[in-house]
Design a protein around this ligand. Structure first.
Ligand SMILES: Cc1cc2nc3c(=O)[nH]c(=O)nc-3n(C[C@H](O)[C@H](O)[C@H](O)COP(=O)(O)O)c2cc1C
Length: 198
């Protein structure tokens, strides 16, 4: 079964990202076409990138990198829950992404963003980063507005249509993730078992 991580992309005290990601996770858990796991980058206590070799070499020296690597490698696809900080994603999420390379390659990603213009610019920023990591991103994305999905710009109260938007984005992530032929995998057994959902 396809394994999809829902990654909380902010770490600051009082962050809204946790409520948004938990809401998305609850919606995702009602689906039967993939397994979902909530992954909080805060739990991994990653410092600013401190590996001596570029991550593309895959030669990690620190336990925190190895733990993060094993977690990310265990998924087929990712849903990034990102805030918008200065028209980009958060430094914490970018740093966590930068720690690794091969673990992301040939995987699939979707996005849930929030901000003044629904986090649109943060997603555009992440799409560029995903391109370099050879991650296939889906077109559908969930944009949560500070004006209409948060009460008084603070308490998360998503508009009813947003649940549909989450499922629409997940439909695309699951479809793309379930077609490894398109992503260059050649192991027929793997391809067949994914297509048959076993
Ligand atoms: C450093 C910083 C920069 C921000 N820049 C933007 C921005 O460029 N555009 C925007 O719509 N909101 C911006 N905001 C507001 C955030 O979207 C809002 O505070 C959101 O709750 C942040 O996500 P978080 O609570 O999960 O950390 C910024 C907030 C912070 C802390």
């Amino acid at each position: 079964m396809l394994r999809i991580a829902i990654i909380i992309g902010s770490t600051r005290p009082g962050r809204k990202g946790e409520a948004v990601a938990k809401w998305a996770y609850e919606i995702a858990q009602r689906r039967r076409d993939a397994e979902f796991e909530l992954v909080d980058i805060k739990d991994f206590n990653l410092p600013l990138l401190d590996e001596p070799m570029p991550p593309i070499m895959g030669q990690y020296t620190h336990d925190h990198t190895k733990t993060w690597s094993a977690k990310i490698a265990s998924f087929d696809a990712y849903v990034f829950v990102t805030p918008e900080y200065n028209h980009a994603t958060s430094g914490a999420l970018k740093n966590a992404i930068d720690f690794l390379y091969g673990e992301w390659v040939n995987k699939v990603a979707g996005f849930i963003a929030y901000g003044g213009v629904s986090g649109a610019r943060a997603v555009e920023n992440l799409r560029l980063v995903m391109g370099e990591l050879q991650v296939a991103t889906v077109r559908a994305q969930v944009g949560l507005s500070m004006f209409t999905d948060f009460e008084n710009f603070s308490v998360f109260k998503p508009a009813p249509m947003q649940e549909k938007a989450v499922n629409f984005m997940l439909d695309q992530v699951v479809w793309e993730g379930g077609h490894p032929f398109w992503r260059g995998e050649t192991d027929l057994q793997t391809v067949l078992s994914m297509l048959l959902g076993k």
